[in-house]
Design a protein around this ligand. Structure first.
Ligand code: TYD
Ligand code: MG
Length: 455
């Protein structure tokens, strides 16, 4: 008979050791080692490989014989949430929603749960009292008699209550407050988060009940708790936005049931979150006179075109080292574009302070915004406004070439819909049928061509 093999694992960081330690040599935490069996006590003669003539397996399934039923989805009243989830809430899915404190996670899910009138929902809060939640629900002005509250943090008590109520949707606010009685560690610690999430996952899969886990994120943007949490859940959403603006963005980071390129936009109002169905209208500031340093980009967020206003301010530098600041746009990308202008266009940005801002507190990662950024910079540098209703869609390469971007037809259509007269795109965007539009499409190949046409 072989001996049972065990090892000691740090419950905080997963460090493995042959002997018990008071303090983990890897993460420095005290008293975190727990002995775990790593090899089951199975006698060697029972080794399955040695047995002859095994019958056909009951456990192995031929994929062709699995019935390919579409996953069941619960379509909510919130179009933005449905889209971000890939078409509604999938039965038995475990969804993690991360976001900074105060951004509106509790509001979003309270509102969504209240808007499902024929579904029994259980909202479990470890953070707020029933009165606080009631006050918030009153503020949202939605009535629902199938909505139930539980203020509890112990997972085993929660499961007992769930057995009595049999909810069809469970929201947990937040995973950092949950506590499993099987683990000693404090709520919010790595091993608690891992264990409680695993218990919730088993519950979701076994009962086909969708479960939303709300999670706080740390300063550097990661969901507090181990990365392992992201592997365990089916979908990871991030709720983000600037505290000083009212716009909020719900982004998909991982989704086993849909695309991760999707994005939902909301506005925080006095009565909860409002879906923003036409984001372009809010992202372009309404103003009469034309100012220098402003350019409009036709970008894509997920499958949705969105016009974004880029604002640049280029001023004479007072200090030796010129300043570069970017809000909503990658700072390194800005430095790269400035270098392109310096080298390929002969502009002297080296002695200028440069500030860049995307209106509305939004963050754009689509590289097609490059051309608009570049034009905003040039407009501020020359102090000449870009006149007329013009927008841009193009990526800028290191040698100053304007590169093609995807889904050009959708971008042009959006610009046309919002009343623009002219759109600058890359000359290399050949694939799209650009002649069928009423808006004037100007193909450009290099940065200097754009400059000559605009100023
Ligand atoms: P909350 O959902 O509590 O954030 P989180 O759960 O992410 O910590 O939202 C808190 C903020 O939202 C708070 O500053 C108040 C604001 N708010 C509104 O502006 N309007 C509303 O209708 C509600 C309910 C909240
Ligand atoms: Mg909250």
């Amino acid at each position: 008979m072989s001996k049972i093999k065990t090892a000691f694992f740090c419950q905080q960081c997963g460090y493995e050791s042959a002997k018990w330690n008071g303090r983990c040599p890897s993460c420095g935490q005290w008293n975190t080692f727990v002995e775990e069996k790593i090899q089951k006590d199975i006698p060697l003669r029972n080794n399955n490989w040695k047995q002859q003539e095994l019958g056909p397996s009951d456990n192995i399934i031929n994929l062709a014989e699995v019935s390919g039923a579409e996953e069941e989805r619960l379509v909510t009243a919130d179009g933005e949430l449905n889209r971000v989830l890939g078409g509604g809430i999938v039965a038995g899915s475990l969804v993690l929603v991360g976001g900074e404190p105060g951004i509106g996670k509790s509001t979003l899910f309270l509102q969504n749960a209240l808007q499902l009138p024929h579904i029994t929902t259980l909202y479990i809060s470890g953070e707020e009292s029933a009165q606080q939640i009631k006050m918030r629900a009153d503020r949202l002005k939605i009535k629902n008699d199938q909505f139930f509250l539980l203020t509890e943090t112990s997972t085993q008590t929660i499961f007992q209550e769930i057995k009595k109520l049999r909810p069809q949707l469970v929201v947990i606010d937040s995973i950092q407050t949950l506590q499993s009685p099987f683990i000693e560690a404090a709520p919010g610690s790595v091993s608690q988060i891992r264990e409680t999430a695993a218990e919730m996952q088993r519950f979701a899969k076994e009962t086909h009940t969708p479960v939303f886990l709300i999670g706080h994120i740390t300063k550097d943007g990661a969901i507090a708790g181990p990365k392992i949490l992201e592997h365990m859940v089916d979908t990871v959403l991030q709720f983000e936005g600037d505290q000083h603006y009212s716009y909020r963005i719900l982004r998909t980071i991982k989704n086993r049931f849909g695309s991760t390129a999707e994005l939902g936009i909301y506005e925080m109002t006095g009565q909860g979150l409002r879906q923003v169905t036409n984001p372009s209208e809010i992202l372009i500031s309404q103003r009469e006179d034309e100012l220098s340093g402003v350019a409009i980009a036709s970008t894509m967020e997920g499958m949705r075109p969105m016009l974004v206003e880029v604002q640049a301010l280029v001023t004479q530098s007072v200090y030796g080292t010129p300043q570069r600041t970017a809000t909503g746009f990658d700072l390194r990308r800005l430095q790269l574009l400035l270098a392109v202008l310096e080298k390929r266009g002969g502009f002297h940005f080296g002695v200028k302070d440069v500030f860049l801002n995307l209106a509305g507190g939004i963050r754009v990662e689509d590289p097609s915004i490059d051309l608009a950024v570049l034009c905003a910079l040039l407009s501020s540098y020359e102090d000449i406004a870009i006149t007329g209703k013009i927008c841009f869609a193009g990526e800028v390469g290191l040698s100053g070439e304007i590169r093609a971007v995807n889904r050009i037809e959708q971008r042009i259509a959006e610009a046309e819909k919002l009343g623009f007269d002219k759109i600058f795109i890359s000359r290399y965007n050949k694939g799209g049928q650009t002649t069928k539009f009423n808006i004037e499409v100007v193909p450009v190949g290099r940065v200097d061509e754009v400059y000559r046409q605009l100023f």
